[in-house]
Ligand binder design. Sequence first.
Ligand code: NAP
Length: 290
Amino acid sequence: MQPITGKTKLLGIIGDPVEHSLSPVMHNAAIAELGLDYIYVPFPVKQEDLPQAIAGFTATGLVGFNITIPHKQNIIPLLDEISDDAVNIGAVNTVWRTESGWKGTNTDAVGFIAPLKTMPRDWTQMTPVVLGNGGAARAVVAGLTNLGCQEIHVVGRNRDKLAQFYQSWQHSPKIADRLKIHNWDNLSSVVPAADLLINTTPIGMSPQVDASPVEEALMQKLKPKAIAYDLIYTPNPTQFLKLAQEQGAMAIDGLEMLLQQGVAALEIWLQRSVPVEVMRNSLKKHLGLL
Ligand code: NAP
């Protein structure tokens, strides 16, 4: 890595907590590989301090930054412009400087579909089923729409939140028209129809590493040619992915999504292609997977 001098350009991530973010690992690995005079730093920022933090970034000449929980929505009114993707998803995870001020977008949808786009499938004929209807599910639904899926099934446990989720897409008919909402009680009728089953709930994360959002008996009804996609990247694989693989299904973990949303962000900031393999390996090494 280059020595830090008065000329070093600053990138970063804001969140609370931000201590465990893997973004500094992959971005600084790419910066070092490219031999650039940049550094990517985590900034812990409390919710009430967000406006001052952004004003500070403006004053200090920061090039761009990522946003994680709990600021992904609250950042929007503090920006000068946001992309269509960010409007649809209702959240921003990447911000950069333009001549007219800070511009925000959301690279989670691009990151989510990146491993799917490499597969030779006719996505218009596939039935995706999304488990959960929180923040990550929004990026997943936007990504599946961009992929060309004609019907997108979303399963949630809270009827009110599920109804709100459905309502929140009404301003984007392209997405709303393909959305089918199901209560968690109907999981047994939805899972066997899935060609692509996506876990966007935190079920399976530490300490509940033996838990799966879909119990074993129902996972046995998964189509053998289905794809199971878990947004969780640690443990790796999750119990959900293990059960899917036992049925012969293909498994995708959340590491590639994490990586590819970062690749898309770094390309925006640097305006050039970035060393994806170096970034992937830095994450795997950090997580003990290499
Ligand atoms: P979130 O906004 O809190 O949403 C979580 C969703 O899961 C909510 O719909 C929640 O329902 C549901 N849920 C939680 N526990 C459940 C249970 N026991 N049964 C059924 N549904 C349950 O969280 P998020 O930001 O979307 O993140 C979700 C997961 O995705 C996390 O594991 C996160 O680490 C992962 N993620 C990965 C990436 C990546 O790059 N790989 C990116 C973003 C997120 P309620 O609303 O009813 O609580």
